[in-house]
Design a protein around this ligand. Structure first.
Ligand code: XIL
Length: 354
């Protein structure tokens, strides 16, 4: 018998073998470079706009500008990629001109924005980050909700409003609640995991159509534990609620690693591997996205500068788009995923998966 030949020379193929999507965040300037574009198309089956679909970028009701997000969605459709709509409601991307608005005016504008964006792209988007980063346990509320304009304007059931409206307009899309810091080892992260479970239980009991938890996964190679029983237990509880999981924004900061490049690359790769193996083992995952592909295009170059001034190396590819140890680590973690139910419908994205 012929041995089974696995076509796995790309992350998209490795992921597809486990019914997973692999992808990256990108922006329109990435599409103007042929080599980068080819690399994205070779490696990815899903893309996420890094910032061009955020509310402050599209702008308010009087003159919304959809040119950039239109281009990214068109790129996905033309190339058979799944599209992750990031993000509808996020406290950090409220347009400036709403700063002084009354709560009633803010609520009206927020719903108008959500409705307009989902309606424009419905049917072409695989999944929506409907609400991003609702929790901030340091804000002192018992339910852990962040004090945001959304909370003030709609009250603590604002998730139900957002998910309900998104589901009415785009019933086929996977609706995701996206959060940061659920994956860390600190006591604060454990509080956040508990708050998230309680929030999801409440929202689901009231009928909010949340289907998936997005775990951002901005990790630090010097901090992220290799063994993480609390995260395992959390993911099992998420699974018990019937929710899928998506790793939505993964990168691994090397800010606190030694300067030696081989050591650093090894620590970053090990962090990707251990983390992905754990999450993919404990959840019904839809996919993994990294927040960029290569070391020259990462928000961490400014957000997590190294104290010694050396250029950061947190991504899967180097500046010349060559594969780093982290690329191989991600590939091996994807291939070893059990992914019980097969998260992704094999028919999506059309004709390109499987
Ligand atoms: C960041 C982008 O990478 C930056 O380009 C932008 O200026 C600010 O936002 N969590 C999120 C992402 O959900 O939207 C953030 O992206 C990174 C943290």
């Amino acid at each position: 018998m012929e041995p089974l030949k696995l076509e796995t020379d790309s992350l998209r193929d490795a992921a597809a073998h486990r019914h997973l999507l692999y992808g990256t965040a990108l922006c329109t300037s990435d599409l103007t470079e042929k080599r980068r574009c080819d690399t994205i198309l070779r490696e990815c089956s899903i893309i996420t706009p890094e910032y061009e679909m955020k509310w402050d970028r599209i702008g308010g009701a009087d003159a919304p500008d959809f040119r950039a997000s239109d281009r990214l969605v068109a790129f996905a459709v033309e190339n058979g990629l799944a599209f992750h709509g990031h993000t509808l409601w996020w406290h950090e991307s409220v347009p400036q001109d709403l700063g002084e608005a009354s709560d009633a005016r803010f609520a009206e504008a927020a719903l108008e924005h959500l409705t307009r964006v989902v309606r424009r792209y419905a049917g072409r988007v695989y999944s929506w980050d409907v609400v991003n980063e609702p929790l901030e346990t340091d804000h002192g509320r018992r339910d852990g909700l962040r004090h945001s304009r959304f909370l003030r304007a709609f009250g603590p059931t604002y998730l139900e409003v957002a998910f309900g409206r998104a589901a009415e307009i785009d019933p086929e899309a996977v609706l995701v609640l996206n959060e940061m810091g659920l994956e860390y080892a600190s006591p604060g992260a454990e509080r956040k995991r508990r708050a998230m479970l309680a929030l999801l239980e409440r929202a689901l009991a009231r009928g909010a159509p949340i289907q998936c938890l997005g775990i951002q996964s901005h990790l630090d190679a010097a901090d992220q534990p290799r063994h993480h029983p609390e995260l395992r237990a959390f993911l099992r509880e998420i699974d018990g609620l019937g929710l899928k999981v998506m790793i939505t924004e993964m990168d691994v900061s090397d800010q606190n690693c030694p300067r030696d490049r081989r050591l650093r690359d090894g620590m970053v790769a090990d962090t990707y591997r251990a983390y992905l193996e754990l999450v993919l083992e404990e959840s019904r995952s839809l996919g993994v996205s990294t927040w960029g592909l290569s070391d020259d295009r990462t928000w961490l170059a400014t957000a997590r500068k190294r104290p010694d001034g050396a250029a950061v190396r947190p991504m899967l590819l180097d500046r010349a788009l060559r594969r780093k140890p982290a690329w191989h680590a991600v590939k091996s973690a994807l291939l070893s995923a059990r992914n019980p139910d097969g998260g992704v419908e094999p028919a999506f994205p059309k004709g390109k998966i499987n």
